[in-house]
Design a protein around this ligand. Structure first.
Ligand SMILES: Nc1ncnc2c1ncn2[C@@H]1O[C@H](COP(=O)(O)OP(=O)(O)O)[C@@H](O)[C@H]1O
Ligand SMILES: N[C@@H](CC(=O)OP(=O)(O)O)C(=O)O
Length: 452
């Protein structure tokens, strides 16, 4: 069997869903399980309306619910020609929107949001899209069968970034997906969402539908996992920043994972792990150009000195200076236990004998974190930084690539630098406003005309 995942842009409107249906029709012999994201932008809209409601701005939140309702119901009209099927689906989706409106109202009365209620609201995106896509596929003679992802994707209760339970998922996938495959049906489930063993809705974190696809693929020993998106595959840089970025036809799991972690949004960073463990190849394809070659992520892709440049903006740097670090074994352990306690992961680390600097992707627990770090030394915080990362297997083979990287940055200030010991990643922290120019300059240096 294969797993075919469509991102939000690939189910963003009726035309996109039509394209997805014809892609799936061509894949029927491979026995696909389909994983769909929310219609593009829907998750952002849901999270924003939840925030709005919690601030008491109920009219704004209600308007956002109605805008989403209109968008989904327009898609039903365009995609489901049979009047009875369309009425049934509109009724079902309509009831969900009524429920969503009531939830927004309840949150506005409470005046606060919990991670659990945020997940309940965010999950509507994938619940709605999976219903819509199932009906649209059926109307196109695909024997689609909706499977509630919350019965398959069993997680812990760390709302907003829940940890999947691989054993339970494998068992649930065999129980709820396998029978459909055996009967020649095409199971369709929402990505990103899951539930605790008690059935409380959770989500896997932003961009988590890729992760869902990979977990399902690992659970059912898929031959291939396909991630369908709005670009030709994994490129040498984000094409929104570097328009002349090129397709990478084959890339190794470890490099793809580094790129995803350091900002190549085309792939969720956690996607790779379940696929790697089972040796399942992952393809990334463009749903607007299904005939393209795409990118194959595999363990045996050729090693290149530099594969791609990734970047992230809105990074926070935390610096700790302490003479207690001098010759003190166990100091780092104390520091990282504090990060762990606040469930804050760090991206880049640089140390000297008396200081430690780290970057945080998600500063939501920053105040509590700083409270615990302060007794250890002088702590300072720099916001509005960005990370630019050069990924490639031969970065540290000799000084040429490193010299080229620093030379290309020219007058752009570098606040931190970290070269991984495996030589696969050189990460530089720059001013947030310099992320775009830094990415372009590095891309020109490694992939532009004349670069070898
Ligand atoms: N190295 C890269 N290669 C390809 N796309 C990238 C890269 N870095 C960032 N991106 C961005 O990732 C986007 C696709 O991810 P996303 O918007 O999450 O799609 P989807 O909704 O299909 O999951 C692309 O439109 C592109 O701008
Ligand atoms: N809809 C979720 C999950 C997801 O993975 O979406 P996409 O595949 O469009 O990145 C989000 O926006 O976070």
């Amino acid at each position: 069997m294969i797993v075919v995942k469509f991102g939000g842009t690939s189910v963003g409107d009726a035309e996109a869903i039509e394209r997805a249906a014809s892609i799936v029709r061509g894949r029927l012999p491979g026995r696909p399980v389909i994983v769909v994201s929310a219609m593009g932008g829907a998750t952002n809209a849901l999270l924003a309306l939840a925030e709005q409601a919690s601030r008491g701005q109920l009219i704004g939140a209600a308007r956002a619910v109605e805008a989403l309702r209109e968008r989904h119901l327009n898609a039903v009209t365009a995609l489901v020609p049979d009047a009875q099927a369309a009425t049934e689906l509109s009724g079902e989706l309509g009831a969900m929107f009524d429920e969503l409106a009531r939830l927004a109202e309840a949150i506005s009365v409470l005046g606060f949001l919990t991670p659990r209620s945020l997940d309940t609201i965010a999950a509507y995106g994938e619940i709605l899209s999976s219903h819509l896509v199932t009906a649209a596929f059926r109307a196109r003679d695909i024997p689609a069968e909706l499977v509630d992802a919350r019965r398959v994707m069993i997680t812990d209760d760390h709302f907003c970034k829940a940890e999947p339970d691989a054993d339970r998922i494998a068992e649930a996938a065999r129980a709820h997906l396998q029978p459909h495959l055996r009967e020649g049906r095409v199971p369709i489930m929402g990505g990103f969402i899951g539930a605790t063993p008690d059935g409380i809705t959770t989500t896997l974190g932003r961009g988590g539908s890729d992760y869902s696809a990979s977990l399902v693929g690992a659970a059912l020993q898929a031959d291939v996992i396909e991630i369908w998106t709005d670009v030709d595959g994994m490129l040498t840089a984000d094409p929104r920043v570097v328009p002349d970025a090129r397709l990478i036809e084959r890339i190794r799991f470890d490099e793809a994972s580094e790129l995803a972690s350091f900002g190549a949004k085309v792939l969720h960073p956690s996607t790779i792990a379940p696929a790697v463990r089972r040796g399942i190849p992952v393809y990334i394809y463009n749903s607007r150009r299904p005939e393209g070659k795409g990118t194959l992520i595999t363990s045996d892709a050729p090693r290149r000195p530099v594969s791609a440049i990734a970047a992230k903006s809105a990074t926070t740097v935390v610096k700790l200076r302490s003479t207690r670090m001098l010759l003190a074994s166990g100091f780092m352990k104390t520091v990282f236990e504090i990060f762990e306690r606040h469930r804050t992961s760090v991206d880049v680390i640089a140390t000297s004998e008396v200081s430690l600097s780290v970057t945080l992707d998600d500063p939501s627990n920053l105040d509590e974190l700083l409270g615990d770090l302060t007794p250890l030394g002088d702590v300072s915080v720099e916001r509005e930084r960005g990370i630019v990362s050069i990924v490639g297997a031969g970065l540290s083979d000799n000084g040429v690539a490193l010299a080229r990287a620093f030379g290309a940055l020219g007058d752009l200030r570098v606040h931190m630098a970290s070269l991984s010991a495996t030589g696969i990643n050189l990460t530089l922290v720059v001013d947030g406003e310099h992320v775009g120019p830094a990415m372009q300059r590095l891309h020109d240096a490694f992939f532009g005309e004349g670069a070898t």
